[in-house]
Design a protein around this ligand. Structure first.
Ligand code: FES
Length: 169
């Protein structure tokens, strides 16, 4: 099956019940588009293409307008994201302290690059600007957990920790 066919299949398989519920909640509100998109993202973890078409139809706006909003605001994601979001600080202090090597290590271990998600949907990798903890450089965050003075060994331990968490549930 080609990647395009797989993607079409994924789109067809999206259960739109959650999206309908979100739209029902905001449909009578002025400026409903943003809360609807946010609600859909909260529900699915991203904004599936099928939902874009549904929102366009129910809110009577063009899909292109919705994509304009989704691509303008960094908070929205058009692809599924991992359960654990690895944020690697690439700010100056972290860069000087070897963030590049840390980033290469994570890429090597997980097999994904910036803004990509592992096939098992466990991890998403994001390179970000200063995380505001420069004194602990190089800094990595996984969801809401912050790890300072990151080393290659620590990165391996961190990845194992979250793999272990996932396996337990
Ligand atoms: S530069 Fe990395 S936390 Fe500030």
């Amino acid at each position: 099956m080609s990647a395009a066919e797989e993607q079409n299949l994924e789109e067809e398989e999206v259960d739109l019940t959650g999206a309908h519920q979100v739209i029902d909640k905001y449909i009578d509100m002025k400026g409903a588009l943003m809360p609807v998109l946010q609600g859909i993202q909260d529900f699915y973890g991203f904004v599936p293409e099928a939902c874009v078409h549904l929102v366009a139809e129910r809110l009577n706006v063009y899909s292109s307008q919705i994509y304009g909003v989704l691509t303008f605001y960094a908070q929205f994601h058009l692809k599924p994201r991992g359960r654990f979001i690895f944020r690697i600080c690439m700010g100056t202090a972290c860069h000087v302290k070897g963030a590049g090597r840390i980033c290469d290590t994570i890429t090597d271990r997980l097999g994904v690059g910036h803004a990509e998600t592992t096939e098992d949907l466990l991890f998403t990798l994001e390179e970000v600007a200063c995380l505001g903890a420069c004194g602990m450089a190089p800094v990595v965050m996984v969801n809401n957990d912050t790890y300072g003075s990151a080393t290659i060994q620590k990165i391996d331990e961190i990845i194992e920790k979250y793999r272990g968490q996932a396996a337990e549930q």
